[in-house]
Design a protein around this ligand. Structure first.
Ligand SMILES: [Zn+2]
Length: 280
């Protein structure tokens, strides 16, 4: 009998679904005695010693799968979503805003500049006469205005819902700002809160966290223990949301243009990203 080259067991890669998200499961051979498993982005990798018998290998594999499923049930979905959330203005590009998918439809025509959202599309039109070096900035502005207008009511309702269910503070409205240094702010005088427009590209749980953070500042204009306790009423897992922002915030909503012209253009990416919201 020939000495087997691979392990005596082999498990084909498979896909499993947890909370509507798909994960690949890979089972690989290990040369040591121990077995292990890891979850990295959307792959569960199980390592099993090659010399084990198939029965034993299958038993270990199913134990690790159980472990991974339990772990994934608890993890915030925000941690598992793709980290690159740059808008790329190529025709047909899909962007995700507040969990809604939109297709970018880009037109360079003789008409005037406009941006509009409707029918599942973000339509952007720039005049052919616009100098090339101005296109990225113009597109960013058109997109920002169209997105802010289209999502304002939904974000306002979300803020009202958070406030009515948890805080009951005096609150008069919400606006979007395109800021480099802040995720949000609030005015105790006017009782309005402002949210960085780029948060619309974040996972909904992260947007919800920043809205709640600013609303909580209407009551507690500081980051005291009492502020965090108050905020926890609406967002018990605020630490997870903050960690996501710190890690991924810098890529949110920045604009990459690659098919607008023959050349390639990129708006400078703010590597550091804004700080967590603060109150004025
Ligand atoms: Zn704050």
């Amino acid at each position: 009998m020939a000495f087997p080259r691979g392990p005596s067991w082999a498990f084909p890669d498979e896909k499993i679904s947890v909370r509507g998200m798909e994960f690949s499961v890979e089972t690989i051979e290990g040369f040591g005695r121990g077995s292990s498993a890891s979850i990295r982005s959307k792959t569960i990798r199980i390592r099993i010693p090659r010399r084990l018998r198939r029965e034993k290998a299958a038993e270990i594999r199913s134990k690790f799968l159980g472990w991974a499923m339990r772990k994934l049930e608890k993890i915030d979905p925000a941690q598992l979503e793709p980290e690159q959330r740059t808008i790329s203005f190529s025709n047909g590009q899909e962007i995700l805003l507040m969990g809604t998918k939109l297709r970018v439809s880009l037109l360079v025509s003789g008409g005037r500049a406009y941006g509009r959202i409707g029918g599942g599309e973000l339509r952007l039109n720039i005049p052919a006469t616009l100098p090339e070096e101005m296109r990225p900035k113009t597109l960013h502005e058109l997109a920002r205005k169209a997105i802010s207008l289209s999502f304002h009511d939904e974000v306002y309702s979300l803020a009202q819902e958070i406030n009515n269910n948890h805080f009951h503070v005096e609150f008069s409205g919400i606006s979007f700002k395109d800021q480099k240094t802040r995720w949000g702010s609030c005015s105790r005088k006017t009782k309005r809160i402002s949210i960085n427009f780029r948060l619309l590209f974040a996972p909904p749980s992260v947007l919800r966290y920043v809205i709640a953070h600013e609303l909580a500042h209407v009551r507690h204009p500081n980051h005291s223990q009492r502020f965090w306790e108050f905020l926890s009423k609406a967002v018990p897992d605020h630490k997870i949301q903050r960690a996501w922002l710190r890690k991924n915030g810098h890529s949110l909503g920045s604009v990459a243009t690659n098919q607008v012209s023959a050349g390639q253009a990129m708006l400078p990416n703010n590597q550091a990203g804004p700080d967590a919201g603060s109150c004025v």
